[in-house]
Each structure stands twice: as C-alpha cells, then as structure tokens.
Design a protein around this ligand. Structure first.
Ligand SMILES: Nc1ncnc2c1ncn2[C@@H]1O[C@H](COP(=O)(O)OP(=O)(O)OP(=O)(O)O)[C@@H](O)[C@H]1O
Ligand SMILES: [Mg+2]
Length: 321
C-alpha cells in the first residue's frame, strides 16, 4: 500500500452564510466585496463546523482513496485540536507525529460564505504559523513513499528541513505552496529542484516562472520540477511530466456552494492516483472530479470522493511534450 504523509496546515473552520452575507460589486474597484455596517447585527441562517487546513484536507483524500494516510502539522492544546484529531481518526488518517505548540491555539477560520460560493476568510493562524526546522528535522521520513506539502506559512527554514531530509531518504515530494512560500521566491525556487510534483493555480505559476498561458507556464515549470500541474478554476488545467502535455477543461458545470478546499482536493486527488502508478490523464480526471465534488458542499472535506466513486469522461486532450 502506498504510504503518503500530508504535511502543513490543520484548522477548525466555521462557515457562516445567510441573507446578511452577500457578494456586492464595488463600483469603484469593479471587484466583489462583502461589507457590513460597523455595529450592525446580521441574522445568518446557516452555520457549519468543519475541519480544514490544506494538509488535513489532502490526508482525507488519500485515506478515502485507500492509501496509508498520515498527517503532520502543528496544533495547539485546545478544542479545535480535538475536533481536528477526532475527524482525522474517523477518516483513518494517522496523526501520531502531530506537533503541539505549548502556547498558541490551533488555526481557526471564520468563513463568511456568500451566495456565489466565494467567501471571505478571517484566519487566526496560531500554531500553524510556527513551524520550525528543529521539529521537522526530527521526523523519520523513511517510512513514507510520498510527502504532500501544503501551505507552510512562509516558514522556509522548516520547509527546507523537510524537503532536504525527505529527499535524502528517497521520499518523493509533491508541493502546493501557500502565499507565505510564494512571497519568499528566492528561497522557494532552489527548493523546487528537489520537488517531484508542483500544484499551483495560474496566478501562482506566473509568480514562479515566466508566461501567461497555462501550457507555457507548465512547460517553464519543468525547468524546476518533474511534473507540473497548473489549474485555472472552472477554466481547466494543463499538466505535463516532460513527456506528454495534458489539457483538460471543466469536469462538470456544477452549482458552486463553497469553493473552499478546491485546490487541496485537486492536488491530493492527482497525487492519490499518480502515486498508484496511474497515467497523467487518469490522474487529472480524478483530480478534476474530486475538486468539482468538493465545491458543491460546504467545507473542504465533505465532497471528497471515495474509492468506489463513479467517474465520467471530461473534455481532455493529450499530446507529446
Ligand atoms: N467554479 C468551479 N466549478 C467547477 N470546478 C471548479 C470550480 N472552481 C474550481 N474547480 C475545480 O477545482 C480545481 C482547482 O481550482 P483552482 O484552479 O481555483 O485552484 P486554487 O486557486 O488553487 O484553489 P484554492 O483557492 O482552493 O487554493 C479546478 O481545476 C476545478 O477542477
Ligand atoms: Mg491553491
């Protein structure tokens, strides 16, 4: 059985939605905003508690796909941590190497969910902001075939320790860098040389390499990594392993209820198949199906597909690199 460890953020997420929370077009910036009068009391109709954080979301995809799934990240000593651990236990994700921060709380997100499925997130990062190299150097990575690294809150020394030690032990590495890592490009780029797969969206890809089109970005990305997978929301995705280039469109035109976890479901969905030896094309189809399912439910984990989920065809083309 393939052994994967998802490493990075864990959080408790509370989703709040109702008539009081609406997406409004700001005529000055032409961007959608959610805004409230200071001092207002707004009634909300729906409240959903869930757990999140890119690494726990990914770990649940791996477990539901029947892989040996593990999570490593930082939690506090609080109720949110208990909720995270309880959910991962239920999902058969191992958590015995979780690191606890002595003083800070577990990451906690308040998600103001608009009627469009887009949302504003108020994040207390707490323990998830304090990854340090010493804690991650101690871990024995040899027992894993793959590491899936999600957002590391810009803790580049800790990230370097993970990548260097995992690579030295022959562990393959997939990464979905967060905002914090992308903001430290000079430290991120050299690390990518040790990475096997990168998952980024179009805007993130354009911060790492030159280019404007998905295929161009994916090709340039192979200067660093073996496999590049670049998504662009409902517009599709381009992936390449340096041998073939796969371009895929929208898997299904679904009503988007909550897009939280789309990227996590996509990257982890891809790796859950690729790590089992599936083709680039089949891995993309599953990634697309998994992320499309996730956006139809509130929370990042509810829609994650199980191993017996039935997939259908999607618009997709394949050509030599
Ligand atoms: N509106 C949508 N309708 C259908 N599928 C979607 C939609 N948005 C995202 N997806 C699915 O999720 C995948 C990843 O989405 P996207 O490219 O927006 O990633 P991302 O920007 O990294 O997301 P995140 O904000 O979660 O990190 C897409 O390739 C697609 O399969
Ligand atoms: Mg993303």
């Amino acid at each position: 059985m393939v052994k994967i460890c998802a490493i990075g953020a864990a959080s408790q997420d509370v989703f709040i939605s109702g008539k009081g929370i609406r997406a409004q077009l700001d005529p000055q910036t032409n961007e959608y905003v959610e805004k409230f009068k200071l001092g207002a009391k707004l009634n909300v109709e729906t409240i959903t508690f869930a757990t999140g954080g890119g690494a726990t979301n990914a770990a649940v995809t791996f477990a539901r796909q029947g892989l040996d799934s593990n999570f490593i990240g930082k939690l506090g000593h609080d109720i949110a941590a208990s909720a995270v651990i309880a959910e991962l236990d239920d999902e058969h994700v191992r958590t015995d190497e979780v690191v606890y921060d002595a003083t800070l709380g577990t990451q906690y997100s308040t998600v103001l969910l608009a009627d469009t499925g887009e949302r504003t997130v108020l994040i207390y990062r707490g323990a998830a902001h304090t990854h340090n190299a010493a804690e991650y150097s101690k871990i024995d990575y040899t027992k894993y075939d793959w590491l899936y690294i999600s957002s590391f809150a810009g803790a580049m020394e800790a990230l370097d320790a993970v990548v260097t030690k995992a690579k030295a032990n022959g562990v393959k590495i997939a990464i979905n860098p967060g905002e914090g890592e992308l903001a430290k490009m000079a430290q991120l780029r050299p690390l990518l040389e040790d990475v096997d797969i990168i998952f980024v969206n179009k805007e993130e890809a354009a911060q790492i390499v030159e280019g404007t089109e998905l295929e161009e970005l994916a090709r340039h990305m192979t200067n660093y990594v073996a496999v590049a997978v670049i998504s662009d929301g409902p517009n599709g995705v381009v992936a390449t392993d340096g041998k073939t280039v796969v371009r895929a469109g929208m898997y299904e035109d679904v009503p988007v209820i909550d897009r939280t976890g789309a990227g996590d479901a996509f990257g982890s969905g891809f790796l859950s198949q690729w790590a089992q030896g599936k083709s680039l094309k089949d891995s993309i189809v599953f990634a697309s199906a998994n992320s499309t399912s996730v956006v139809t439910q509130i929370g990042a984990k509810g829609g994650i597909l199980t191993a017996n989920a039935k997939l259908h065809e999607m618009p997709l083309s394949e050509k030599p690199f």
